[in-house]
Design a protein around this ligand. Structure first.
Ligand SMILES: Cc1cc2nc3c(=O)[nH]c(=O)nc-3n(C[C@H](O)[C@H](O)[C@H](O)COP(=O)(O)O)c2cc1C
Length: 200
């Protein structure tokens, strides 16, 4: 099949785009508003953008469907310039999903999901204590994309890794099993890895 995105005439029951760009890692974004209310939500238009220095980016849609409010993560980051990216391990997937609910502004999703907070060290933001890895980030830039979404770029200022997941000097993701977003309502858990030698 072939279709142009301008016509968007894919003829399928559901738009396949998010299933095509998969698997995607999930940035479980923790932030705080100016009043100090904590916020937590998953964003899977997410990836690393460079590693020296480490820079990440995520895409946010404009508002919470069903509520006449902008998304809290984006407005908090615009207001404070800081946020954390918590990596979602398989044992946290239900709390991650719950935190995606469109709660009114000011509701603390850590409390809704029964998650413990830890205080970030280089920025004033709480993060998910049970997350296997957390990136502390300072806002670098926000790019307005064609349409209604924005791309948030964060400079990683510090990294927390649970020592239990470091084996022989390497991060062993099979020990915490990161969750990836596929299309539709589908997810995948990484529990097996293999190596490929780069050609010389
Ligand atoms: C796994 C998953 C991935 C998501 N990825 C995105 C995303 O990349 N961009 C986005 O705007 N919303 C995404 N959402 C929806 C947001 O999590 C949802 O709108 C959330 O309520 C926003 O919370 P906030 O207003 O506290 O930031 C995703 C939801 C789930 C469950």
């Amino acid at each position: 099949m072939f279709y142009t995105t301008q016509e968007n005439d894919h003829g399928l029951r559901y738009n396949p785009f998010k299933a095509i760009v998969s698997p995607r890692p999930i940035a479980w974004i923790s932030s705080k508003d100016k009043e100090g209310n904590a916020n937590l939500a998953p964003y899977s238009f997410f990836n690393g953008m460079s590693d020296a220095p480490p820079i990440i980016g995520f895409g946010s849609g404009p508002d919470k469907m069903g509520l006449e409010e902008p998304k809290d993560s984006l407005s908090n980051i615009e207001a404070t310039g800081v946020f954390c990216v918590n990596i979602v391990s398989d044992n946290l997937k239900n709390q991650m999903n719950l935190s995606s609910k469109h709660f009114p502004h000011g509701v603390d999703e850590f409390e809704q999901a029964g998650l413990c907070k830890e205080q970030a060290r280089t920025i004033d933001v709480p993060y998910v204590a049970d997350s296997p890895v957390t990136l502390e980030c300072k806002l670098h830039d926000i790019i307005t994309l064609p349409g209604t979404s924005k791309w948030v770029i964060g400079l990683v200022t510090a990294i927390h890794i649970n020592d239990a997941f470091i084996v022989e000097g390497k991060l062993d993701v099979t020990k915490y099993k990161p969750v990836a977003r596929l299309g539709y309502k589908d997810y995948a858990t990484i529990s097996e890895v293999y190596e490929l030698e780069r050609p010389k």
